[in-house]
Ligand binder design. Sequence first.
Ligand SMILES: Cc1cc2nc3c(=O)[nH]c(=O)nc-3n(C[C@H](O)[C@H](O)[C@H](O)COP(=O)(O)OP(=O)(O)OC[C@H]3O[C@@H](n4cnc5c(N)ncnc54)[C@H](O)[C@@H]3O)c2cc1C
Length: 322
Amino acid sequence: MDTNAPRPIGILGGGPAGLSAALWLKNLGFSPWVADPADRSGGMQNLNFLANDWVLGQVGYTGPELAARHADHVRGLGIPLLQGFGPRRIARDDGGFSVVLANGSGETRAERCIALLVATGTRYRGAELLVGVAGIGTLPADRIVYGPYAFSAMEACCGQRLLIVGGGDNAFENARLLLGEARSIDMALRSPPRAQQVLRDAVAGKVRLHPSAVLAAVEADGGAIRATLRTAAGPVVLTVDRIHVLAGYEPNTAFLREIFVPAAAFEFDADGYLKTDAAGRTAVPGIYAAGDVCNPAFPNVVAALAQGARAAKTIELDLRRP
Ligand SMILES: Cc1cc2nc3c(=O)[nH]c(=O)nc-3n(C[C@H](O)[C@H](O)[C@H](O)COP(=O)(O)OP(=O)(O)OC[C@H]3O[C@@H](n4cnc5c(N)ncnc54)[C@H](O)[C@@H]3O)c2cc1C
């Protein structure tokens, strides 16, 4: 056996989890490559327009700055970052996997690996959430903002009446940041608030919370929007200027059901998150997962970095030579 032969590991997803796994795999003697269909490495932190205050030792960096530091570290080690390329076909072959990648221009490339790590994260729920809302197509596009982009144009909210749809951390953080800017803030919460206590306390008594409320209809009303909420206590009609939809994330796992030859028997939870054991192994031998794609309970950068490192170590243990 040639002990100097390269030992390629394929990583799908170049966010914190995938890049951390790449670093660890390189240090552990493997030859990782990272494929990601996005233009830029670093994952969801590229959408975090604010400082990320939650990573020990990384003081004052915004999301995109942190993402760039992660990517620069990995790139500096000579690890290929196949940016713009996503997986189209994955076939099991002798001792590993053949992976066909393609980019948006139809360019393809073939890669091999002896193990595969899925670190494809999540995506924010957007316009698809409001498809059934009566009148939604009649509103000017700049009056409805989806997901992280609600944080990118805070000045546009100055003096505005705002309806925030959602009840998690992002929704409450958006409300907190806009307290000093907006004229009024209403929040429509379909289920009990899931946001951390500190964010809920910050807005308590300062925003109008509408519990068990679903946005049912919208209508242009002069320069404003008449929004009708369906609540347990009956309809509530609000006049607002902007609607911010911050209603959660879903895992990027659908492709796993489509591109494996033969089909691979992954296990998913009820919301489509990839199930792994405590060490990061999926139900499919040779395929591992890390980060938000398998961590709906505690999605954050530090957990993703740690899970990427853990999965890399598991791969090393599983592939040790006799
Ligand atoms: C607005 C916002 C603010 C946030 N603020 C903070 C914060 O302050 N502190 C904090 O700790 N966390 C924060 N988070 C959460 C944090 O960004 C995520 O928990 C973290 O990025 C998860 O890392 P990940 O690598 O698992 O997934 P991601 O960062 O989502 O990366 C997944 C990567 O996989 C790629 N991908 C998708 N599909 C495929 C595919 N089929 N094949 C290959 N690649 C694919 C994506 O393009 C992406 O680059 C924030 C998130 C958002 C959206």
